[in-house]
Design a protein around this ligand. Sequence first.
Ligand code: RIB
Ligand code: CA
Length: 305
Amino acid sequence: MNYWIDTDAGVDDALALLWALQQNLNIKGISTVSGNLPVHATINNVQALLEHCNVTIPVYRGASFSFLGKSINSSHVHGIHLGPFVLEKTYSDQGHFIEGLLNYFKTTTEDITIVTLGPLTNIATFLIHFPEYKTRIARLLIMGGGTCGNIAPYGEFNIYADPEAAQVVFSSQLPIVLSDIDITDNYAYITPEEIEQFNKTQELEEWSLALLRFRVSKSHNPPAARIYDVLPFMYILHPELFTVDLVPVEVQLEGKMRGYTAYDYINNREQNFLFPEESVPRIERLRTIDHQKYTNLFLSNLIKK
Ligand code: RIB
Ligand code: CA
């Protein structure tokens, strides 16, 4: 399978990319979107990371603003450039995301799996303008959503940053896997003690360790490295480690619930017994992973070579 990654390239995206680049995935392109940081910074971060890993993958420029023309960033959590690193170099990109993905579809017959780690502006824009290529998207794995917010009382960052785009994507009828913040907050976090203990026995690669420590330093309640963006990649490669629910999901667009992903657990799986709304799409929601297995799998792929 071929893969495409769409990212807002902050600190957890970078750690997820460092992890994914160890996995021999056939990554055909990376597109960036405004989110954690403005889009020009996300382009630079991805390029610097690829250079650090000595890997060449085309990087495309995506949306600077949400469907409603807004841009919310969190440089207080992700640094001005990439966490603890100040990047001296400015890189160029390989063109616009739409051209890049169109070019992929036109020049190959193989389908693609898309992994999104940021707001869904790019993917929604593509689906609206080029619905004829929907059948070429094998699966969409999305980091976003959750039962409580992290940027607003009910809003998880990636969905809250562009709820209209999320709504377009969730109602696209594509096969969707959703990794929301709940699975990371409940199971897939790494404590500072686990990081330092692991690093004593098997030395972590320099960027990974610095990014993990930076992530911990910006966290609270309790301090931990919550690498939200790595879960979709882990699910692709190790689905047996996860429990998954099949639930209808709707993005709330109005009022104080704006950006909330509402799951319908009355009508989950094959059950449909209370006010079933056939129009509401079902998604595969990653629900649990064993904490220890997650931690080992994550850290053991970031060790110094
Ligand atoms: O809410 C967590 C998500 O928002 C992560 O993808 C993080 O990088 C930010 O984009
Ligand atoms: Ca992200």
